[in-house]
Design a protein around this ligand. Structure first.
Ligand SMILES: [Zn+2]
Length: 242
């Protein structure tokens, strides 16, 4: 049998996923990262998928389910939305998710959360939601949300697994370890609730300026890196009544 590259990588850096059970008495918050048209809706912009994509569709479905679970319990949800001033673009990416454009809106399946009392939206202009939450006065909107809601566990879903999700998870764990996020204890990344984009090496070879980004492999590596920093990787998130 000839192993595909992705199988070889998964053999070399196997990912230990777990079933995460969240007790109804624990204080949990859901963080949705960039589930917006500019990254998830076919044809919506420079960084949007060009054609329907199974990993992205599953990510949206799973994130919507989680959002319903949290809203039913009136538990806090924070949604990051990539949003750029037209004069301040984000190197090395082409223009995307300009403030006020439809690219910078939640995908249609998630727009309903904007009307929910338990949902906070943070617009950010950089990959990392933790850094993007820093305001001019030095306060941090994400950190304030954790403290205000007394959050002990954050469950993270969204895009891209190996970019904005990973950067946010790494910064959050680093800030927690530095004592900046009390009472936060655990960061859980829900694997099926995350996705990344596909740019196969066969296409990238024809363009010197662009790096290859094979979807399944980079998704796996993103989760693996998050676990290496101390995140729990969940293959399933369930809730336990007490
Ligand atoms: Zn951006």
């Amino acid at each position: 049998m000839v192993l595909q590259t992705v199988d070889i990588v998964k053999n070399e850096i196997p990912l230990d996923e777990e079933r995460v059970v969240i007790s109804e008495t624990s204080r949990a918050g859901l963080v949705l990262v960039d589930i917006i048209n500019g990254f998830c809706t076919v044809g919506a912009g420079n960084l949007a998928p060009r054609e329907p994509n199974t990993q992205l569709s599953e990510m949206i479905n799973e994130s919507v389910k989680l959002a319903h679970d949290f809203c039913d319990k009136k538990w806090p949800i924070l949604a990051f939305i990539d949003s750029h001033h037209p004069d301040k673009l984000e190197h090395p990416y082409p223009p995307h998710c300009i403030s006020g454009s439809d690219e910078s809106n939640l995908v249609p399946a998630l727009r309903w959360i904007e009307d929910e009392q338990n949902v906070k939206i943070i617009r950010k202009d950089c990959y990392d939601g933790y850094i993007g939450s820093i305001q001019e006065d030095g306060s941090n909107m994400f950190s304030d949300w954790v403290k205000l809601n007394n959050i002990q566990v954050v469950v993270v879903a969204g895009v891209c697994t190996d970019i904005c999700v990973l950067d946010f998870v790494c910064s959050t764990l680093s800030a927690r370890n530095h004592g900046l996020l009390e009472p936060l204890e655990d960061v859980v990344v829900y694997s099926k609730g995350c996705a990344t984009f596909d740019f196969p090496v066969s296409v990238a070879r024809n363009n010197k300026d662009l790096q290859a980004h094979p979807q399944e492999l980079m998704h796996h590596v993103g989760l693996y890196m998050a676990k290496g920093r101390g995140a729990k990787i969940a293959r399933e998130v369930t809730f336990k009544m007490v």
